[in-house]
Each structure stands twice: as structure tokens, then as C-alpha cells.
Design a protein. Structure first.
Length: 280
């Protein structure tokens, strides 16, 4: 059935989160704030948009143990969406799209890849068909609900036996790391810190820890060389002591285990290195 991703509440919400995360990575707080205000305004708990989003999110995240349980979930969701004010919901969705088009300055906004895009499409089309009530197409409803059962039961069970799709954690890594760094250092990220964070998200989300390890080992060696070179040209005894401290910290970093804590330590080292270079 025809699917308009711009009116798919799950996809739009996901795109907004990804946009906000990317802005934070690039230290574009102004753009991130604009997008966040759209979310806060349009997904307010008193809106029909929020009601639909909660249903959508429940269908995405709920793990049905059996087909019978899945059918019960579908029945409850169908009744809930039919209690929504469709006219009001469509107007709210149009206002959301208008805000995105006029406020968010990102030509790639609608073109970012979304994990489980087909499942998101099935869920939204099903919700839209349910809203029609007696005007809905019975054959379409049957086909869509069969697909929904598969999403709720079969795919969830398959997912349990496999590692999480790395793409799903993309925004989580970005958000958590950025929040951690901002809270710890309360300063803007320097160029190298942004690169570290970007590579951590890129390589680890592709489950390619070896590339991230190689990157960090190379960064560690470069940092040591740079700091030692700087030590040879500075006349400040205070700076020399600080340099020795930084070198010691760098040498002690173990790159065998890639995790948030290790990356955070590299961020600290980068901050100290830049302070030395800038003579702070």
C-alpha cells in the first residue's frame, strides 16, 4: 500500500533524533535546540500526535511471546487508535512537517537511513487503515495485521538471538557520549574530540572494533610524539611537568577493550593536549 514517510510518525521522530544527535556531534547547539523545540512542542502529551506516537512506539518495541499475545496487542492498538481524533491528528502532523521544512536547515533530513524502515512503514499504514473504521479495506486489514504479527513475534525472537543492530544504537552512542562529555568538561569540543567521537560512533556501530582500535593506537602514538616534541621547545618548568603527566596518561591507555570509558579518557587526553599547545 502507498506509504508517505513524511507522515510516518515513527520515522519522523527517528529522523528528528538523528538530526539532533548529528548537530551535537558537530557542536551545532543552535540547530540541535531548534529541533528539540519542535519535538517538545509537537509531541506534547496532550496532542493527538503524541497519542499516535505512543501506539506506534509500543508496536515497535513490544515483544509478543506468541501469536495469540500478538493478536491481543493488535486488538488493543486498533481500539486505541480509533479513539484518536483523526482530523486533529492530520492537522498536527501537517504542522510538524511544516516546522521541519521551515526550521530545520538540513537538506539530507528526509534521506537518512532508518533501521527496520519496512516495519515502520507497515505499522504506519496499518494505523492509518484502522483509523478508517467501517471504511477500511478488509483485505488490506487482514494482510497488514498478518505482517504486524510477524513483526511482533517472529522478528523480535530472531533479534534476541543476534547482536543488536548497530545502526539502532547510533543515536544512543552519540547522545550518551556527547552528554557525558558536556557534563564532564562543560566546554565546546575541539576538532580532535569531535573526530574521536565521530569515529567511535561510525566504527563501533558497524561492529568494527579493530578499525577503532587501530585509529586509537595511531592517535596515541601521534599524541605522544607531538607532546614530546613540544616538551623539547618549551622553557616552562610548569608546562614540562604537565607534559610528563599527559605522557604518562597516554602511555597507560589500554586500547584492547573499546568502550565509553576508554573513549572518554582519550577525550580528556585530547583536551589536555590542546591546552598545552595553546599554552593554557
Amino acid at each position: 500500500m502507498k506509504h508517505n514517510k513524511k507522515r510516518n510518525i515513527g520515522i519522523i521522530y527517528e529522523l528528528l533524533l538523528r538530526h539532533i544527535s548529528q548537530c551535537l556531534i558537530e557542536d551545532d547547539k543552535k540547530s540541535a535546540t531548534k529541533a528539540l523545540r519542535i519535538v517538545e512542542k509537537r509531541f506534547h502529551k496532550d496532542t493527538e500526535l503524541y497519542k499516535e506516537f505512543r501506539l506506534f512506539n509500543a508496536l515497535v518495541k513490544t515483544d509478543a511471546s506468541t501469536e495469540h499475545v500478538a493478536l491481543d496487542i493488535i486488538r488493543e492498538a486498533k481500539e486505541a487508535i480509533r479513539r484518536c481524533d483523526s482530523t486533529k491528528l492530520n492537522k498536527e502532523k501537517s504542522r510538524l512537517i511544516k516546522d521541519i521544512n521551515h526550521i530545520i536547515e538540513d537538506k539530507d533530513f528526509y534521506y537518512r537511513q532508518i533501521p527496520d524502515y519496512r516495519d515502520y512503514g507497515t505499522i504506519q499504514v496499518t494505523l492509518d487503515e484502522w483509523k478508517k473504521g467501517d471504511r477500511s479495506n478488509l483485505k488490506s486489514i487482514i494482510d497488514l495485521e498478518e505482517k504486524l504479527v510477524t513483526i511482533l513475534v517472529e522478528k523480535k525472537h530472531v533479534a534476541k538471538s543476534k547482536p543488536s543492530d548497530p545502526n539502532i544504537t547510533d543515536k544512543l552512542v552519540m547522545n550518551l557520549m556527547t552528554e557525558k562529555l558536556n557534563s564532564r568538561y562543560n566546554k565546546q569540543l575541539n576538532v580532535e574530540q569531535k573526530q574521536i567521537l565521530s569515529n567511535y560512533s561510525l566504527y563501533c556501530n558497524k561492529n568494527n572494533h579493530s578499525k577503532m582500535r587501530d585509529y586509537l593506537v595511531n592517535l596515541k602514538e601521534q599524541t605522544c610524539r607531538l607532546i614530546k616534541s613540544y616538551k623539547n621547545i618549551t622553557d616552562s618548568d610548569v608546562l614540562k611537568e604537565k607534559i610528563d603527566s599527559v605522557i604518562s596518561k597516554v602511555d597507560s591507555l589500554d586500547t584492547d577493550s573499546i568502550n565509553d570509558d576508554l573513549v572518554s579518557k582519550f577525550m580528556v587526553i585530547s583536551k589536555l593536549k590542546y591546552e598545552l599547545i595553546e599554552g593554557k
